[in-house]
Design a protein around this ligand. Structure first.
Ligand SMILES: C[S@@+](CC[C@H](N)C(=O)[O-])C[C@H]1O[C@@H](n2cnc3c(N)ncnc32)[C@H](O)[C@@H]1O
Length: 154
């Protein structure tokens, strides 16, 4: 028996959902593409199975940031790392919240004043209050947002 995937291949659907990496793309993009194709081919539930394997014993920047913002989507390792950084930089919580407030003001301005309707939010973090699409769509309901982050499950 071959070592290929045990699930049926559906390359047409995968091509639709998974943007192929360019030849010059780095290895992480190619790896993300492979995971995306496998998820699409395996169908509903595949992504949830993979997320269940998430290693929560290692701090991740998105969850550490969530902790600093007062969010609930973080684990012990994230909180320990976050507190260590706060011990070295006590004003950080204020700066993190100021950064989040700037994101809101900038998005609001772009949607309400500058007429922007398509947003690419790179390094979006974990969903929390006033996410980019919520701010943009409050100002202009037809706004569309694509979120990108460094997925810790890869
Ligand atoms: C400081 S948080 C910013 C969250 C949000 N944009 C905000 O302003 O409130 C930075 C985010 O960037 C993400 N990140 C770091 N390196 C990245 C990369 N190479 N590609 C995409 N996201 C990345 C982290 O996972 C984290 O969620």
């Amino acid at each position: 028996m071959s070592g290929g995937p045990a699930y049926p291949r559906d390359t047409r659907k995968a091509a639709l959902f998974c943007p192929a990496p360019t030849a010059a793309g780095d290895g992480r993009i190619a790896a993300a593409y492979d995971v995306c194709v496998a998820d699409v081919e395996r169908g509903p539930g595949a992504q949830a199975d993979r997320i269940a394997d998430l290693d929560t014993s290692v701090a991740h920047p998105a969850r550490v940031y969530d902790y600093w913002l007062g969010g609930k989507d973080n684990f012990a390792a994230d909180r320990v790392a976050a507190e260590r950084v706060l011990a070295a930089a006590p004003g950080l919580r204020f700066r993190v919240r100021a950064n989040r407030a700037f994101l809101g003001r900038a998005t609001r301005y772009l949607a309400a004043e500058a007429g922007i309707r398509q947003f690419l939010d790179i390094g979006t973090g974990i969903p929390t209050a006033d996410n980019t699409h919520e701010v943009a769509q409050r100002a202009a309901p037809s706004s569309r947002v694509v979120y990108v982050d460094n997925d810790p499950s890869f």
